[in-house]
Design a protein around this ligand. Structure first.
Ligand code: LLP
Length: 463
């Protein structure tokens, strides 16, 4: 993102400080459809609405801070991924981005599968009615209890992440008289970043089994020997918030290379390849994500081309988008509490939430946009930093953005694209109560995850 200063700038600063911001947008009241959920617009009074309900009403009904998820948008994005990949591929929504029983139901209805990575996510998936055979179970250190539950439930695949786990899953499945379908997660030596990828000589991270030094080939050898396992494919996930397809190209090339080696050594052509998730979304107007159909076309072409080169039958492809489905479908609504203009710097706007409902800014230096939601304004742009109410100066929700200079306590502001990894990474820091998630659609709003209460906190504190 650009770091340029703007000559107009906020009225209280002659020179804008260093920061992660572009020029103020031409129209502060405009809502860029790139970063807002599909049904979000302003009503005749200038109030932001979602699913036909304005945010003042939503704040009255559900309080702030709260996450509002546009159900129609979620379903549309899920469907777009499903349609783009077609019947010969599988789309597993990555539940870690945000999971609740309502979401599981939407996914089921839209024909998606589900990737879970903990016993808790597995329990939610099953409680939400996802058929077990459409669930993939991930994780780099699944407990014996988690594996047992997954095998018992009959999950469609367990993605094996270590040599110990190969033996553990085989043993558990055998002792139940079952043969568990598994994939092996490999690290292909590609580390993907937001706009680029860096090929590394060897992976220095906790996930997967390295391809480079022959460990992945050895893992395959062992898995093929164990009665409790049915090895169906190879899995690779290269990172997150990726815009550039070249990382996937290298990953597919290397995974197909392994499939070829497996065919040559064992005479088996594994039927599946999973390329993971990680596709980027627009957090600000500067981000340009690709559409699902472009991604599907690119990935399918890459895999087919690589397989043709290796004279392999093209395996069934699966992908695991999380952020790209849920991220853009929600926004967080906050009420402004205090406003502190700092001469020559910026104006600090404190809201009633913070790093407990969005840790991504503090943790990843993530960038977000923000809009005044309860009204429009013709006031000049003011450079703001949206901060929370936690006892920590790193408690930043939006590092640098512009809001109208007449912003006042009591105004509602909304931060878009908070559907992924915000509620799912929310905490009780400072004993904050985690906000509710409200599904909005067709003029109706329904709590799908309720707000925490002080009783909830105290119930865990057994005294
Ligand atoms: N598949 C696997 C094996 C993964 O590890 C992940 C994400 C996904 C799929 C989904 O990735 P997505 O499409 O949502 O980018 N907390 C971080 C993101 C961590 C992602 C971890 N794995 C964030 O807030 O950006």
């Amino acid at each position: 993102m650009s770091r340029s200063a703007h000559p107009a700038g906020p009225r209280h600063a002659d020179v804008l400080p260093e920061g992660h911001y572009s020029a103020p947008p031409a129209d502060l009241n405009a809502l860029d459809p790139k970063v807002w959920a599909q049904t979000v617009t302003r009503d005749a009074h200038g109030v932001v609405t979602v699913g036909g309900i304005d945010v003042k009403t939503l704040a009255e009904w559900f309080g702030t801070p709260a996450y509002f998820i546009d159900e129609a948008d979620f379903r549309a994005r899920a469907r777009a991924w499903r349609t783009a990949f077609g019947p010969d591929a599988d789309v597993f929504y990555a539940g870690k981005a945000f999971l609740s029983r309502a979401v599981v139901r939407w996914l089921h209805e839209e024909g998606l599968n589900l990737d879970v990575c903990s016993g808790g996510e597995l329990a939610t998936a099953l409680a939400g009615g996802m058929p077990a055979d459409r669930i993939a179970f991930h994780g780099n250190n699944k407990s014996v209890e988690e594996i047992t539950k997954a095998v018992e439930a009959g999950v469609g695949r367990i993605v094996l992440d270590s040599f110990q786990e190969i033996v553990r899953v085989a043993h558990i499945a055998s002792s139940m008289g079952k043969r568990q379908r598994v994939q092996i997660r490999v690290t292909v030596g590609v580390e993907a970043h937001t706009h680029e990828f860096i090929a590394t000589a060897h992976e220095d991270q906790k996930f997967g089994i390295p391809l480079a030094d022959g460990q992945a080939a050895e893992a395959v050898r062992r898995a093929l020997q164990l009665d409790g396992l049915e090895l169906i494919g190879i899995h690779s996930h290269i990172g997150s918030q990726i815009f550039d397809m070249s990382g996937f190209e290298v990953a597919a090339h290397r995974v197909v290379g392994l499939l070829k080696d497996i065919r040559d050594e064992h005479g088996v052509e594994l039927p599946e390849i999973d390329l993971g998730g990680g596709l980027g979304i627009a957090y600000t107007s500067d981000d340009d994500p690709r559409e699902p159909h472009e991604i599907a076309k690119a990935l399918t072409e890459i895999v087919s081309r690589e397989c043709e080169g290796a004279r392999l039958r093209t395996p069934r492809i699966s992908v695991e988008p999380g952020r790209a489905i849920v991220g853009p479908t929600a926004f967080t609504l906050y009420e402004v509490g205090t406003i502190k203009p700092l001469q020559g710097l910026r104006t600090y706007v404190s809201v009633d939430g913070g790093m407990s409902d969005n840790i991504r800014t503090a943790l990843y230096d993530a960038e977000y946009s923000v809009a005044l939601a309860s009204r429009t304004s013709d006031a000049e742009p003011m450079l703001v930093r949206i901060v929370g109410k936690h006892c920590e100066s790193g408690d930043i929700v939006v590092r640098d953005a512009f809001l109208p200079a007449d912003l006042a306590p009591g105004d509602l502001i909304a931060v878009p694209a908070t559907g992924a990894y915000c509620r799912s990474m929310a905490s009780n820091y400072n004993h904050a109560l985690r906000p509710p998630v409200v599904a909005v659609g067709d003029g109706d709003a329904r709590v799908i995850v309720r707000r925490e209460t002080e009783e909830d906190l105290l119930r865990l504190d057994v005294g």
